[in-house]
Design a protein around this ligand. Structure first.
Ligand SMILES: [Zn+2]
Length: 285
């Protein structure tokens, strides 16, 4: 675990209910994953201050170390695209596809590349310029930065997508409210976060791969995500149960078995369920 200067760290009350009392669940170096005694929400405390974590996302090598080892984001391209294709089929089946799409945190544009045929206007953001360069073929407009860097006068969107984003966000409530302001009245927000109370967490405990420290600061269950949404005047209208694909060699590496990059096993993607909690939200009227 990387060491950080104490001045880069901060303590925080519960981001959901503001209570101060907490249980320690796991310790990773100087960072603790804690559970609020009042509302049970799980978060990182202490955590890195926001300005230092944003430096992480701006770094050109952020996606190269995507999986905490030598499997970069690019090497998981095919598996991720399969995952996203499946997700888009679910959106299509539920008639949640509208003409204008916004994705916050586009990474290399793997989701956008699958979404491209179904939307007439696609926009997105990312903190990494390198990521935007890779994603640029799949979008009409991309902005460097986050939600605050979207031009104010932009027309509202039919669908806003946050995949693997909310667990990084320091003020989830404010963030959801801002998303809502960029959403059409009848629009939808798709949120996908690592599922905290999943079978994988229960089995793997502190080896759970979604303990990506120090970047993942919030760990959502469906109930807690619902509470944040309600506070932001949004409601969950749909939960998607969908597979998340991983290349076989990534799974082996998690078990401590490292194969050479170029074996035929590299070409096999395995579907796992209960990895992500994926929901669709609508404005409460
Ligand atoms: Zn709480």
């Amino acid at each position: 675990m990387k060491k950080f200067h104490p001045e880069c760290m901060e303590k925080t009350p519960c981001p959901l209910c503001c209570a101060e009392e907490e249980f320690l669940l796991h310790k990773f170096g100087d960072f603790c994953v804690v559970q609020c005694k009042k509302c049970n929400f799980v978060h990182l405390n202490p955590r890195l201050k926001e300005e230092y974590s944003i430096d992480f996302y701006k770094a050109s090598d952020y996606f190269n170390d995507y999986d905490g080892n030598y499997f970069g984001y690019e090497s998981q391209k095919r598996a991720l695209k399969k995952t996203f294709k499946n997700l888009i089929n679910k959106l299509k089946k539920n008639t949640l596809i509208g003409p204008r799409l916004l994705e916050i945190g586009v990474a290399y544009g793997f989701f956008l590349s699958e979404a491209r045929p179904y939307f007439s206007y696609i926009a997105g953001t990312d903190y990494s310029q390198e990521a935007l360069d890779k994603a640029k073929n799949y979008a009409n407009e991309l902005w460097l930065g986050g939600l605050d860097d979207i031009p104010e006068k932009i027309e509202a969107f039919d669908l806003i997508v946050l995949i693997g984003v909310l667990e990084h966000v320091y003020k989830p409530l404010e963030f959801l409210e801002k998303c809502k302001n960029s959403l059409k009245e009848e629009g939808n927000i798709l949120i996908s976060v690592p599922k905290f109370n999943s079978i994988w967490y229960k089995i793997l405990r502190d080896k759970w791969p979604s303990f990506k420290i120090p970047e993942h600061i919030h760990y959502f269950t469906k109930d807690h995500l619902e509470e944040f949404s309600k506070e932001a005047n949004l409601k969950i209208i749909k939960i998607f149960y969908h597979p998340h694909y991983f290349p076989f060699n990534v799974i082996l590496s998690k078990l401590g078995i490292n194969l050479k990059q170029k074996t035929y096993l590299n070409r096999i993607d395995m579907p796992f369920y209960d990895v992500m909690l994926t929901v669709v939200l609508k404005k409460i009227k």
